[in-house]
Design a protein around this ligand. Structure first.
Ligand code: PLP
Length: 446
């Protein structure tokens, strides 16, 4: 059974974000078949603690009967019906209203998509549309952060600030600019980099600035506390829209409903996906401010020529509503904050008894552990030592799934377990991380 599946996988399945060569040589390393709470089981019967919520998305954990039931009920009643033009349906209306009630003040109108990339592509088009219908079509440039990840569709690949992702398209689209992130730099430097890009581009040509409240795929990079307030002020000074990509940080991940709320900043636009359905259905969206919505209403040139077949999918909307209800009833946003604090404390203790742990950081249940050759000077390992790979493998052996980030000569272990994690499970995770890093140290002869 297992060999058969591996052969079929090699022959027919092109994996997302994979080395096809490696896949052909080694085959799939793990084939999952079942999920329960924070755990996943593969086809050999081995259980894993899913410490990155699969793709940072399974916020309420695996195997939730209630979501299966919500999907089945909606599918039986009306699996799908269009939300195009003048058509609508109750699940999408209710979900839009629910999301508007959760987002910061003034963000009240929602455009639905099927995921994060579509959401960011839609946001690029919507902000340009906003300027165009006010006769400001020269405002079309999009500025975003280096090490930012915003997806892989045409525009979202270009918003992404990790050059590896631009390769397949041959180049980035024009009018996308990347500026220094706050990682390993001061707020002053990061703000100066944005200001310089705006000035050099011509402020009147810039449509929007995009940023993740915490850069996820870039290595869980948490900004200094004054960063986003100063970003907001700078955008206001130049009349530029601020788009917060909440695809990872939304829906409780950081101990707040939305990540940007950690800094009391209100963006003009928010994009979301992942945690809105905890991965039980592909769904995402863009929330725009009342101001933007009013411009759309008053100055529309007619049809909004943008919409996906599955924008506002009724089954997806029903799943999202149930998912949010479970989050609220189980106080999972609060749990994310509490368990995130416990995880941070536990991993800081781990740092004390190991030699190669550098920065340990968490906001809610979104965090990372950096591995460095010398924690005091923050000297990094040579990349040919493959420290991250060794750590991820050691974790895997112990039945813990984390995500490694190695861009720009870093060794970062990202940790983002489902928001339902409890104290004992946090301690189990801390123990697993400790043992795995200890093994890496032994392999490195430390
Ligand atoms: N934005 C952020 C911050 C993400 O982390 C991701 C995916 O990981 C995306 C956008 C793209 O979302 P999707 O993979 O659903 O297209």
């Amino acid at each position: 059974m297992s060999n058969n599946l591996i052969e079929m996988d090699k022959r027919h399945f092109i994996h997302p974000t994979s080395s096809i060569q490696q896949q052909q040589k080694n085959g799939a390393k793990v084939i999952m078949e079942e999920g329960d709470g924070i755990y996943l089981k593969d086809i050999t019967g081995k259980w894993y603690l899913d410490a990155v919520s699969s793709l940072w998305n399974v916020n309420i954990g695996h195997g939730r009967e209630e979501l299966a039931k919500a999907a089945a009920e909606q599918m039986k009643k009306m699996a799908f019906s269009s939300a195009f033009s003048t058509f609508s349906h109750e699940p999408a209306i209710r979900l839009a209203e629910k999301i508007a009630s959760l987002t910061p003040e003034g963000l009240n109108a929602v455009f639905f998509t099927s995921g994060g990339s579509e959401s960011n592509d839609s946001a690029v088009k919507l902000v340009r549309h906003y300027w165009k219908i006010q006769n400001r079509s020269e405002r079309r440039k999009i500025i975003s952060l280096k090490r930012g990840y915003h997806g892989v569709a045409a525009a979202s690949t270009s918003v992404t600030g990790i050059p590896e992702f631009w390769g397949m398209a041959g180049h980035m689209m024009t009018d996308f600019i990347h500026v220094d992130t706050h990682y390993n730099s001061t707020t002053d430097q990061a703000i100066a980099s944005l200001r310089q890009a705006i000035e050099e581009s011509g402020p009147e040509t810039v449509a929007a600035f995009f940023a993740e409240p915490i850069q996820g795929a870039g290595g869980v990079l948490i900004p200094p506390d004054d960063y986003f307030p100063r970003i907001r002020a700078l955008c206001d000074d130049y009349g530029i829209l601020f788009v917060a990509d909440e695809v990872i940080t939304g829906f409780g991940r950081t101990g707040k409903m939305f990540g940007i709320e950690n800094w009391d900043v209100i963006p003009d636009v928010m994009t979301f996906a992942k945690g809105v359905t905890s991965g039980y259905f592909p769904l995402g969206g863009v929330v725009v401010s009342e101001t933007i919505h009013n411009v759309f209403k008053e100055k529309s040139l007619g049809t909004l020529f943008h919409g996906f077949t599955y924008s506002g999918h009724p089954t997806g909307a029903a799943v999202a509503l149930k998912n949010i209800e479970i989050m609220e009833q189980g106080q999972l946003v609060e749990n994310s904050r509490l368990m995130g604090n416990r995880l941070l404390l536990g991993l800081k203790k781990v740092k004390e008894s190991l030699e190669i742990v550098g920065d340990v950081r968490f906001v809610g249940l979104l965090g990372a552990v950096e591995l460095v050759e010398e924690p005091v000077s923050n000297k990094r390992f040579a990349q040919d030592q493959h420290v991250t790979l060794k750590a991820i493998e050691a974790l895997h052996e112990r039945g813990v799934i984390c995500r490694g980030v190695t861009y720009d000569n870093t060794d970062i272990i990202c940790i983002a377990p489902p928001l339902i994690i409890n104290q004992e499970q946090v301690d189990q995770l801390v123990e697993g991380v400790y043992e795995a890093i200890l093994k890496v140290q032994q392999q490195l002869g430390i």
